[in-house]
Design a protein around this ligand. Sequence first.
Ligand code: TA6
Length: 303
Amino acid sequence: MTTAQQLNTQFGIDGQVVFRKDAGGLIVAEISNPQATASLCLQGAHLMAWQPKSQSLPVVWLSRDAKLAAGKSIRGGVPVCWPWFGAHAAESGFPAHGYARTVPWQVIESGTEPNGATRLTLRLLENEKTRAQWPHDARLELTVIVGETLRMELSTENTGESDFVISEALHTYFKISDIGAVRVSGLAGCDYWDKVGGSALNKQNGAISFTSETDRVYIDTAAECVIEDDQLKRRIRVAKSGSLSTVVWTPWTAKADRMGDMGQPDGWREMLCVESANAFENAVKVTAGAKHTLIVEYRAESL
Ligand code: TA6
């Protein structure tokens, strides 16, 4: 595995991108520029933190119980769910949300954008285990652009001779004041599969507020969503392209307790997932030789 020192030599940017080895043995890129700070674990190309200088609190939430360990997913940040979203369609023993978030990725490029934001691109490293779970020739890359906004571009290139289908998500955990003080707008009129209410198909009426476990997959929507946080007096804009599903999830008490790594007893109250995805009927066929890209751009605005 490439060492932090080798990465600093090849991709480090003085004072802007520094690679370090975490106590758990994983390598983390620390990003800092005049607009924002961020940190990204190379395993899973997992962005763990993002805080624009304009914000007194992080915009992306990381559980205080989050652990960095080889092969284990990190609780919080932006898990990359790929090449399937949710449970595997046929193999119950395969990991939920695919394997991309728990395997090593390699850094392939770093740089500074004309506006001063920091850019880092990583590529997933396939191995025997991943090929056993998903026998297709694909190149998966994530470009992260850290600035006053956070832009993430997840591109899947079909480098093989036959078409394949993926489902995917940037499964982002946003930092909020309290689950009882926020609403999500932008999905009014959209159909959604309710994973808590027995997976019935429903239609969203107005903004979404939260009083219990909520786990909804909104389909056929390219809409921008906004998390309105009355206590923090800020809104977080979740814009996207190349995505027709949006997942909205809060575990509430019982599921958070079962999960055990949400920052007990009530860490879960300070996070909300609004995930930009292609899931269920929005799964994407990538034809041989083609490339599909899912893009998100996040912006926090003080009210
Ligand atoms: O996207 C929401 C969801 O599918 C929930 O059902 C919950 O399982 C969450 O993802 C977290 O999944 P994880 O595999 O990271 O524990």
